[in-house]
Design a protein around this ligand. Sequence first.
Ligand code: SAH
Length: 243
Amino acid sequence: MKIYVVGIGPGSLDHMTPYAKAAIEKSDVVVGYTVYVELVREMTRGKEVLSTPMKKEVDRCKIALDAALENKTVAFVCSGDAGVYGMAGIMIQVAKDHPEVEIEVVPGITAACSGAALLGAPLIHDFSIISLSDLLTPWDLIMKRVKLAAEADMSIVLYNPKSKKRRDYIDKAVDAILEFRSPDTPSGYVKMIGREGEMTKICKLTDLKDNDDIDMFTTVFIGNSTTEIINGRIVTPRGYKNV
Ligand code: SAH
C-alpha cells in the first residue's frame, strides 16, 4: 500500500538518482504518461505497466491509487522532479481519503538544473521558474509573474514555452521581459535534455522570438542584467571579486 511519486530526471537513466531507481525496482506496478514509462522501459521488465495519454492526470492518479489499494507497491513516474510541475501534489490530493496508503515523493533533477548545466551556469544566483502553459493558470497571472521576475532582475527559466496551440506565448513573454532587460541579454534554450535529439543553443534575448526550434520539449533560459558569455557558456556572476 505504497505509492512512490518518482521524479525520473530529464531522460537518461544516468541522470536518475539511485534512490529513484530503487523505488522503481521495489515496485510491483509502474504508472505514468506513456512517454515517461517508455524512458524507464529497461527497468520495468516483469512489472505491471499502466500508462495513460497526456492530460489525463487525475485518471492516472486514480489508477495508481487503485493499484496501491490492492496492496501493491506503485511507482508513479514523472519527468524531472516529481514536485515541479509534476504529479506529487495531485497524487496527494486524489488519495486524501485514503490515509492508509503511504505516499513518498522521490525527487529528481528538474529541467532547470539539467538544462542550466548544459548551458554553463545561468542560474547561479536568484532565479525564477515560470511555466507559460495557461491550461491551469490564467494567462494574465503568467504575464504578471514574468514581468515581476524581469523587474526584480532575476534570471528566468521558462517551462512549457510553446505548444501547437500556444505558438506565440514565448514571443509575448520575451516582449514583456524586454521592458526591463537589454535585447542582448545572454539567453539560451535546451531541447530534449538527456533524450535522443538533445540540442543546446546560446543566443540573445531577442533571438528567442519567432524561433521555430523552441517547442514543448524545450526549456528556455534568460540571464539577468549581469549575465555574460564566457568561452561559449552562459555565466551569471555570483559577485565574487578578483576572478
Ligand atoms: N516535472 C518536470 C517539468 C514538467 S513541465 C521537471 O521537473 O523537469 C514540462 C516542461 O518541462 C516542458 O515543456 C519543458 O519546458 C520542461 N522539460 C521537461 N523535461 C525536459 C527535457 N528533457 N528537456 C527539455 N525540457 C524539458
